[in-house]
Design a protein around this ligand. Structure first.
Ligand SMILES: Nc1nc2c(ncn2[C@@H]2O[C@H](COP(=O)(O)OP(=O)(O)OP(=O)(O)O)[C@@H](O)[C@H]2O)c(=O)[nH]1
Ligand SMILES: [Zn+2]
Length: 349
C-alpha cells in the first residue's frame, strides 16, 4: 500500500511559500507607460501579496500589479488603475493610486499591533443565534468594536425557527435594550427564509460585513442572500492561474439585487481586544450623554459616590444588562491581548 502524501513541516511550508513569491515576482511584468491604457476608477475585490484583483466600472475583473509607491491597499479600497495593452502572465494592469478611505476595519495583529483587513464598509451586521445560547455580553463586545470603527452596526438574530413561545420571550427580553437604544435589528431564519427579505432590502446598495461567533449561521445566511456567491471568485483564479487564497484573504462579492459583502475569517472574527478602557466606555453609545458628569473625574462607575452612570441605571435610563456587560468586558479586557496561538477572544469567554 502506498503511503500517500507526506505532511510538510512548518519550515518546509514557509520555504515553499517564499519560493512561490519569488517566482511570482520574477513573472511580474514591467509596464512602460505606452503599454498602458488611460487611468480609470476601480475597486479592490481581493488582495494577494503583490497583486490585487480590481473590478472596473463595467464589472469586469482584472488582476493588477501595485505601484511600489502606493501605501497599503485592502479589499474595498477605491483605486485608480490602468489596463495593460496585453496580458502578461495573467496580470492585466497596474494600480496607480488609492483614494482616501471612508472607513476601515482593523484586527489585532501579533506582529504589527493592528492590521487593516477591509475598507469602505457601510454597515456591520452583528450576527447572533438562538442556539447555542444567546449572549448579550458577546453582542455588546461586537457593538463596542463596531462603535470604535465608526461604521454603523446592525443586529441580526438567526435561527428563530428554533424558538418556542417561552424561549421567544426570553430572547425578546435580552434584545429589548438594543431596541431601546435604537440599533436596527432583524430576526431571521436562514433555513426557513423568515425575515430574510427585510434583511435583503436593508443591505442593498451598501457595502456590508457579517461578523459574529463561529456557528451562528453566517455562511448559511450569506448563502440565503447570495445564492451565486462563488461565481466571480472561481472565475478569476481559473483565468489568472495564480492560485486561490480565498480562505485567508478578504474578498468582495455582490448581492444579486445590488450591494456588496466583504468576507473572510479575519473579518468575521473582528473583535475588540485592542481597545483602551475609555474606548470601551465610549462604545456603549447610550452612556455618552452621562460621560463627564460623575462626581469624581477618575470615577470607575462602580461603587463610586456621585456616579452619573449608576444613577442613570437606577433611574432605568441605562439598562442593567448593558451596565453589567460593560464591567465584565472591562474585566476580561486585560486577558484578551492578542497572542500567536489565539485569534478569537470570544471563544475563550
Ligand atoms: N435551525 C437552524 N439552524 C441553522 C440556521 N442557520 C444556520 N444553521 C445551522 O447552524 C450551523 C452553523 O452554520 P454556519 O452557517 O456554518 O455558521 P457560521 O457562522 O458561518 O460559522 P463559521 O463558518 O464557523 O463562522 C449549521 O449546522 C447550520 O445548518 C437556521 O436559520 N436555523
Ligand atoms: Zn461614574
Amino acid at each position: 500500500m502506498s503511503k500517500g502524501k507526506k505532511k510538510l513541516t512548518k519550515g518546509q511550508i514557509r520555504r515553499v511559500r517564499a519560493n512561490q513569491q519569488k517566482r511570482l515576482k520574477r513573472q511580474e511584468p514591467e509596464w512602460d507607460n505606452d503599454q498602458l491604457g488611460p487611468q480609470q476608477a476601480g475597486k479592490v475585490i481581493s488582495r494577494y501579496g503583490q497583486h490585487a484583483d480590481i473590478e472596473a466600472s463595467d464589472g469586469t475583473i482584472h488582476r493588477c500589479n501595485l505601484r511600489r509607491a502606493i501605501g497599503s491597499i485592502v479589499t474595498g479600497d477605491e483605486v485608480e488603475w490602468r489596463q495593460g495593452k496585453e496580458h502578461l502572465h495573467g496580470i492585466s494592469g497596474v494600480v496607480e493610486a488609492v483614494h482616501p478611505r471612508r472607513s476601515e476595519l482593523s484586527r489585532p495583529d501579533y506582529y504589527d499591533g493592528v492590521k487593516v483587513v477591509a475598507a469602505n464598509i457601510d454597515q456591520i451586521f452583528i450576527v447572533s443565534s438562538v442556539k447555542p445560547d444567546l449572549s448579550s455580553q458577546i453582542i455588546d463586545r461586537y457593538l463596542v468594536a463596531a462603535e470604535d470603527t465608526g461604521i454603523p452596526p446592525v443586529l441580526v438574530l438567526n435561527k428563530i425557527d428554533l424558538l418556542d413561545e417561552e424561549s421567544r420571550q426570553e430572547v425578546d427580553e435580552i434584545l429589548a435594550p438594543y431596541q431601546a437604544i435604537g440599533y436596527p435589528m432583524f430576526l431571521v431564519s436562514s433555513h426557513t427564509g423568515e425575515g430574510v427579505d427585510a434583511l435583503t432590502s436593508y443591505l442593498t446598495d451598501k457595502t456590508n460585513i457579517f461578523v459574529g461567533q463561529s456557528g451562528v449561521g453566517k455562511s448559511s445566511l450569506i448563502n440565503a442572500l447570495m445564492p451565486e456567491q462563488d461565481l466571480d471568485v472561481g472565475a478569476i483564479s481559473e483565468v489568472s492561474g495564480l492560485g486561490q487564497h480565498t480562505t485567508t484573504t478578504s474578498k468582495l462579492m455582490h448581492f444579486p439585487q445590488g450591494g456588496e459583502l466583504i468576507d473572510s475569517p479575519g473579518v468575521r472574527e473582528f473583535a475588540l481586544w485592542h481597545l483602551e478602557n475609555e474606548r470601551v466606555t465610549w462604545g456603549f453609545k447610550e452612556f455618552r450623554e452621562w460621560m463627564g458628569q460623575c462626581k469624581f473625574r477618575d470615577c470607575k462607575h462602580q461603587d463610586d459616590p456621585g456616579c452619573a452612570l449608576q444613577q442613570a441605571v437606577e433611574q432605568g435610563k441605562i439598562s442593567q444588562q448593558r451596565f453589567n456587560n460593560y464591567h465584565r468586558i472591562l474585566e476580561t479586557m486585560a486577558s484578551d491581548r492578542p497572542t500567536r496561538q489565539s485569534s478569537d477572544p470570544l471563544a475563550r469567554k
